[in-house]
Design a protein around this ligand. Structure first.
Ligand code: FAD
Length: 309
């Protein structure tokens, strides 16, 4: 395990924008991830773990320290008493696993069958769709810290809320997700697979199939960010090669050569216009990753967050 220097993060994200990590490691096992964390501690640099990069807006100046990408992806179903439990490593592609299980009439994760990214990313972000989410599907998460100590966290310790968790908010010591236990439910023959196909068709109809990081903003209480952005007349607004999707206004798409700055400026434009017109500050769901300045982060967080420090 020797980290590489100056590896561009753009190909490791779904938006395909952003600069290099100072150091980068593809961890092919949980052991390699733990080794990489120890390496960062010894080198005195910060370490961040990423999965599919499908929720990240990486800064043009890249990311400081070591970025570890999870590439260990074993997944198996265990019988625990009368329960069936999926034990999946952090780098497993959640959608692929959910689809495979549905074909075996194992349900509970149908909602995830089209959510890009990894098991680790979903556990951190509390990924969810179509009324289901990670918080209501997870039994436990195994994490490892920078000293290599492994801990099993029950779902209550993860303090899940809408698209966030104690891991996301960094309330626990700096930890990396190693594997996740998911509760499964046996479904009548064909039912889970049919539901997956139905949700897939719905997504195809409503979401763009161009490079993006999914929903840019979390939905405000009782409303939809996409609707607010559309009502503000911003569908199709562009900055460089980035565009507020004409198909779904809560997506910003990259036509190929967008920069982090293009995406960021469209986010700011959407926030400002919606705030002026509807008095609602849209909260970013995609994560500013890497060398964004404190001011850039604070500006995006909005006037209320700034007032509360
Ligand atoms: C087209 C599209 C559609 C989408 N639709 C949805 C949707 O319906 N619902 C939804 O919730 N999301 C959606 N998303 C966003 C994204 O799929 C989710 O946020 C997903 O859970 C991110 O997983 P990831 O592996 O890509 O995480 P990343 O983007 O790589 O990382 C996300 C966060 O998790 C951390 N992280 C990742 N892995 C680990 C680990 N092993 N240990 C510690 N920290 C880790 C990262 O540091 C970062 O803070 C969509 C994205 C796209 C591109």
């Amino acid at each position: 395990m020797t980290p590489e220097r100056g590896v561009s993060l753009a190909p490791h994200t779904s938006l395909r924008v952003g600069g290099p990590a100072d150091f980068f490691v593809l961890a092919r096992s949980a052991r390699e991830m733990a080794e990489a964390l120890r390496w960062a501690t010894e080198a005195g640099v910060e370490a961040r773990v990423i999965g599919g990069g499908s929720n990240l807006l990486v800064a043009e100046a890249g990311a400081a320290g070591l970025v570890i990408k999870t590439a260990f992806a074993r997944a198996s179903v265990e019988h625990r008493g009368c329960e069936r439990v999926l034990v999946a490593e952090a780098g497993a592609n959640l959608a692929n696993v959910a689809r495979r299980l549905a074909k075996q009439d194992l349900g509970g994760l149908e909602w995830a069958a089209n959510v890009p990214g990894t098991v680790g990313g979903a556990a951190v972000n509390n990924a969810g769709a179509f009324g289901g989410d990670t918080a209501s599907s997870v039994l436990a998460v195994t994490v490892v810290d920078r000293t290599g100590t492994r801990t099993r966290l029950g779902v209550e310790e993860l303090r899940y809320a809408y698209r966030t968790s104690a891991l996301k908010r960094r309330e626990l010591r700096e930890v990396a997700v190693e594997s996740v236990d998911w509760r499964l439910t046996t479904r009548p023959p064909g039912e889970a697979d049919a539901r997956v196909k139905e949700l897939n068709a719905q997504r195809m109809r409503t979401q763009p199939r161009i490079l993006s990081a999914g929903s840019v903003f979390a939905n405000p209480e009782g409303g939809y960010s996409g609707k607010l952005i559309e009502e503000a007349g911003l569908k199709g607004a562009a900055s460089g090669d980035a565009q507020i999707s004409e198909q779904h206004a809560n997506f910003i798409v990259n036509f190929g050569h967008a920069t982090p700055r293009d995406v960021y400026s469209l986010m700011r434009r959407a926030q400002n216009t919606v705030f002026e017109q509807a008095g609602i500050w849209l909260r970013a769901e995609i994560e500013l990753f890497g060398r964004w300045t404190e001011q850039e982060r604070a500006t995006l967080a909005g006037p209320l967050a700034r007032a509360h420090g």
